[in-house]
Design a protein around this ligand. Structure first.
Ligand code: ATP
Length: 216
């Protein structure tokens, strides 16, 4: 299966890790094949979307057989660069940042937080979940060239100036957990997760939309 990754629609690319995680579980339980209906039920994506997604990877399921689990798994693993470990930096070791430092990302994908930064004297010089916490003043001197991604868990008002510094250091992507909307040059990718907004929107949908009308 050869493919030009730039041709995969972004919505499909975002579902890749979801498919990968489920296929890994299937593989671990010894399953050899899976139908799009089974996949759909497990990952809660409709089966037409799954078939279309998989067709972008050249994986065409056979009628009455489904998809070959091993084949898909090795394909996803390659596509998601699972052989390669990606180092991530975390800025802001508050409640949320601390939880991430303790979370075992490697369990499900090949990413690992390798260093953290904060401005609080209580945190600088400590080790949280095995990750060293450095002074944010040392960001420029400590930041290695091989860290492509940073997680931002600082107060909103600090987010843009830290982002500007990360951009100068050559960061490629930022996972932004602050409510701030960040301005970055076009070649840098920001994924924004505002937990408070997500929760509020879930509560709103529960109140105002029935499950039949749910949007995917
Ligand atoms: P959280 O929002 O993660 O629950 P919190 O409520 O514990 O965190 P916040 O005030 O949101 O605390 O700060 C998050 C972390 O960011 C704290 O550890 C704080 O010391 C750190 N922090 C605050 N300002 C900055 C800054 N300008 N640069 C880097 N870190 C900062």
């Amino acid at each position: 299966m050869n493919m030009d990754q730039s041709k995969i629609p972004q919505a499909t690319a975002k579902r890749l890790p979801l498919y990968y995680r489920f296929l890994k579980n299937l593989h671990a339980s010894g399953k050899q094949r899976v139908s799009s209906a089974e996949l759909s039920d497990a990952v809660k994506v409709d089966s037409a979307t799954i078939r279309r997604d998989f067709s972008y990877f050249g994986a065409l399921g056979k009628k009455g057989y489904g998809y070959n689990v091993n084949y898909l798994l090795s394909f996803f693993s390659k596509t998601l660069n699972q052989d390669e470990m990606t180092s991530v930096a975390l800025i802001g070791v508050g409640n949320l940042g601390t939880a991430f430092l303790h979370y075992n990302f490697i369990k499900n994908n090949n990413t690992k937080i390798s260093m953290a930064f904060d401005i609080s004297e209580n945190k600088i010089g400590t080790d949280v979940g095995g990750v060293p916490v450095y002074d944010l003043d040392e960001l420029e001197s400590r930041f290695p060239a091989d860290i492509p991604v940073a997680i931002l868990t600082v107060p909103a008002q600090a987010a843009q100036s830290i982002t500007d510094r990360l951009v100068k250091l050559g960061i490629k992507g930022i996972l932004n957990f602050t409510p701030a909307r960040l301005n970055v040059p076009g070649h840098i990718r920001i994924h924004h997760i505002d937990l408070a907004v997500e929760l509020q929107s879930l509560v709103y949908f529960l109140k105002h939309y029935s499950t039949e009308e749910k949007m995917v």
